[in-house]
Design a protein around this ligand. Sequence first.
Ligand code: GLA
Length: 765
Amino acid sequence: MKRSNCFAVFFAVVGLFAGKVGATVTLLSPAVSLSPDVSMQAASQSDEASQPRLVRVQTEDVTLALLCEPDGRLSFAYFGPTFSGDEALIARRYIGRPDAFEDMRPSAYLAYGGRNYLEPALKVVHADGSQTVELVVEGVETESLDSNRERTVVRMRDKLYPMSVELIYTAYRAENVITQQVCVHNEARGKRPIELENVYSAYMPVMAPSYYLTHFYGTWAHEMQLVEERLTPGVKTIESRKGVRTTQSENPSFLLSTGAPARADEGEVIAGALAWSGNYKLSFELDESGRLNVLGGVNPFGSRYRLETGDSFTTPEMIWSYSASGYGLAARQLHDWTRQYALHDGETVNSVVLNSWEGAYFNFDEATICRMIDDAASMGVETFVLDDGWFGNNYPRNDDRAGLGDWQVNRQKLPGGIDSLARYAVSKGLRFGIWIEPEMVNPASDLAQAHPDWVVKSPGREVPTMRNQWLLDLTNPEVQDFVVETFRNTVGLSSSISYIKWDANRHVESMGSEYLPEDRQSHFWIDYTRGLYSVYERIRKEFPDIEIQLCSSGGGRLDYGALQYHDEFWTSDDTDAYERIKMQFATNLIYPAEATAAHVSIVPNHQTGDRAPLKLRFDVAMMGRLGLELQPRHLTDEEFAFARRAVETYKDIRPVIQLGDLYPLRSPYEPGDWCARMFVSKDKSRAVFFAFSLDYHDRMASTDFKLQGLDPERRYKVTELNSAGSDTFWGNGQTFTGDYLMRVGVNPWLQRRGASTVLLLEVQP
Ligand code: GLA
């Protein structure tokens, strides 16, 4: 590959997010070349040689500034709110550094070598065994991709070795989001391979009196649990070594607050997320000078990657959202960006789904499914999804011990095939969807017998099963073709299929690939994920109109790398409303509610055994993409009628929930045992407020929730929704100014554990 291949890969990534690239490249020369904007700042030709030059990556309200130093180094100058007079950054000195850093600005991309002793963003082993890198800037290119996006590429090269590095920044003006990725190129003239050890997508130095890190941990059925901690000197890492279901222990995203714990509507917050569905690492190293060194990228763990001469390696993107007004704004910016650039069909509202899993599990026949479709239709549901259990003949899929890999309709359960069911759903006014888990195989299957070489395994060792299944080796192009064919054949079962639930219920253990050569085994972790993306890419090209749910034992693959190919994600197999209040609150600090599948299930809950009231279950699920995960016949007539009304109500308010702005008013993770959130339409004409009591509040006075995001000048009529008997808010039906609602607030009567309220606010003419 030539150097320009870095750009080829880059264009592919940008093209994917944007759909189109309107490129006007400004190529600048000579050796240290700058954008027109940058060159204008140079005081004079003579100053130029001795002065650093400022490079701005600029959104509407946020600036990321870099400095090309006179000696060729690239330093980091600033990340924060845009301000006037930023040329002063050029002269700014760093005083009081420990010896090694004296008078040195932090590097914009820390390589191992020179005076750096921190965890490096870049570490390579050159062909002669040397492990150091010293990068100097060769040029800076800016390109306007369209009216909202500008790309800046800083081209650098090692002082000694034939290796070049591009730092690629994309600024999304309106959303105040900046993405960063890196491309390393082993130049052909070197004639020898290099080994990549660390190639992080981004390095970000932060200087503040104190640092508070919020991150999201969890396990199966307990994903996205928020924890906030003050960082102390040393290194804190969040990472995955699971290959698949990488986000089921820690999500590759975080909020970093400086000076004080993160607040919803004030204080500096940097949100970061990595777009990668394989092993990742986010590292926060608080050094002896008090600086926090943040790294985000592919996990170097066991992933030494050989780069042949002429080849390039492009990292996934690290996504940054900066807010000077708390985590609420950081989240809203990310949501806007996601809807436009990182979610398939992100700007249209999603339908209400009934999924068969918790209602039927593996135990169904045609009559069961048709009855569920009938009931779903009369409840107002818009999409029916047939989950696991519909396939396998020699090894019928009647439980999770057999059949995975044999994607033919089970003739005994469904003699009429899928087409008749799908057409039946469509005849009742519903769309039809179906479940697949194409990366996996049960040992008890025709596929496992035909292709033992396709299974991920360490040669000569026992292959451990998890949920009775093995993982297929997506580094192998034949396996990639099989997965694409499985998708194609499944969609081909009926022209009435318009939705696929894509599952992945195990991670990598005892890693090894029969496809990769002996000296490339360490490429497995990266090549598996690349194989997956190449499959997604092909599928999205061939099936742009199929809705795809991202599921991996629930939220095991929730990251921006996978999300861009999907329409929504299955947040968790835990459908308990009490649990979901917390989980959805945390999830939506990064990922938008529109894509957050939230299904009402039966009580006692199948995971926790809890008995949340039906109103609570609906109120919670209505804060995401509402769906149901139950056998409608298990509801009483009264419950069924409530559900039908709630589904109707949701259809009315869903544009506000799915496409509006989210204000996280009261965190369920803070003391007080409340949760309150609201969604406001972009034009501020409608809003929906949700509040929950997480504990018994005895005779305590009711609490005031001050609303946000409304127009203070206008009057809003308040209507209580999903009422189950008596109203919770005395002001139901009354009209208030936006100013009153934001300064005084609303105080619904929520005394008991599980009490909840939903208020619709509509601007009055
Ligand atoms: C996973 C998913 C569930 C369901 C089952 C089917 O656990 O998260 O929603 O699809 O698989 O086996």
